[in-house]
Design a binder for this molecule. Structure first.
Ligand SMILES: [Zn+2]
Length: 361
């Protein structure tokens, strides 16, 4: 540690053109780049700008609607807290490292979690995939007798996590997860879904990904029969069921739950795999556990509050999706630069990242 710096460094601020009016009744509400904002004054340690909208006359802090709104802690410390949390530090460890009170960490974690979820919801749509892998990670909330699972859907090509949900490992959680994933896709009827042997995946798949049709009535009286679901030729669901003896996997059963084997084979070839598997989501499970102190296995890891765990999950996911390079996405360089022979390929979604986003999106 060097000597204390007396001159406070002001964190870089997003450009005015990237901000928008926060007044819902204003004609410029939520629209950046309309040249309607002026700086009224600067305040606080971080020289936060207090803005005025020329359209409606509303005045508001530039932090309004961000994770840092109404936070007394400096931006530098808030960023440090968020960074430590995503590196798998516990809430207490984060408080010690960032030199803030533990309650600040709890509060900031909840805020970044809420913003991460909103950011994901806003950005992740019209996703194009040929395959998806789904799985659930075991964890605990409140105490070590109360399981709270994290369920996720990943695109094995881009390693982008499309959906994330938490709760009891039951049909309701799987339904939320699959419905959420399906509505973020451009073509939900052209893909292969790989999951574990959980029965709800197979029972819910036709309803969520298939094509609904109304079977004809017997005669012209009485109720119409219930809707049925058809699986198009471009759609399939495969379950990879691992049989274990203790901790060891002794056999793997491939169950073709829906759709044709031919469709599965065609997509496997495209992915460069020889057998159906859930390797991408399993790799992601390992990474997610490393990034979340409350998901460490074989330890006394749990969140005391449900919402702490949900927030940690969303924050870790957003950091993983948007700011972590992925080894599997490297591309060879045309002209090697010294020892460097490859570079990271940007994920397709990176093109829609705002150029001047704050640390919290
Ligand atoms: Zn306005």
């Amino acid at each position: 540690m060097g000597s204390m710096n007396t001159t406070q460094t002001t964190p870089t601020r997003p450009q005015l053109e990237t901000l928008a009016c926060v007044n819902e009744r204003c004609e410029s509400y939520g629209q950046a780049g309309r040249n309607n904002l002026t700086v009224r004054k600067r305040y606080g340690k971080d020289q936060i700008r207090y803005l005025r909208c020329r359209c409606c006359g509303a005045e508001f802090s530039e932090r309004k609607n961000t994770a840092l709104w109404n936070t007394k802690v400096s931006e530098e410390k808030a960023v440090s807290v968020a960074e430590h949390l995503a590196e798998g530090c516990s809430l207490k460890a984060t408080a010690r490292l960032a030199k803030v009170h533990p309650s600040v960490v709890t509060r900031l974690n909840r805020k970044v979690g809420i913003h991460a979820e909103a950011f994901h919801d806003e950005r992740v749509h019209d996703v194009e995939v040929v395959a998806l892998q789904a799985d659930e990670r075991h964890g605990y909330a409140q105490d070590k007798s109360q399981p709270q699972w994290e369920a996720e859907v990943i695109d094995p090509v881009s390693k982008f996590v499309v959906s994330h949900g938490q709760g009891q490992r039951a049909e309701a959680l799987i339904r939320c997860l699959l419905e959420d994933a399906a509505r973020r896709l451009t073509r939900r009827q052209e893909l292969v879904l790989y999951t574990d042997g959980e029965a709800s995946y197979a029972s819910l798949f036709p309803e969520i990904f298939g094509v609904a049709y109304q079977p004809s009535r017997n005669g012209d009286r009485g109720r119409f029969p219930k809707l049925r679901y058809r699986i198009p030729r471009t759609l399939a669901h495969v379950q990879i069921v691992k049989q274990r003896e203790g901790q060891r996997v002794v056999a793997v059963e491939i169950r073709y739950a829906h759709g044709s084997r031919r469709c599965v084979q065609r997509i496997l070839k495209q992915l460069g795999y020889t057998t159906p598997n859930t390797s991408a989501i399993e790799r992601r499970n390992g990474t997610a556990r490393r990034m979340n102190a409350h998901q460490v296995r074989h330890s006394l890891a749990f969140s005391r509050r449900d919402d702490t765990k949900v927030a940690l999950g969303w924050w870790g996911l957003t950091v993983y999706n948007w700011s972590r390079p992925h080894r599997a996405l490297r591309l060879p360089l045309l002209h090697p630069q010294g020892k460097k022979t490859s570079h990271r390929a940007p994920r397709p979604w990176h093109s829609i990242l705002p150029t001047t986003s704050g640390q919290f999106g």
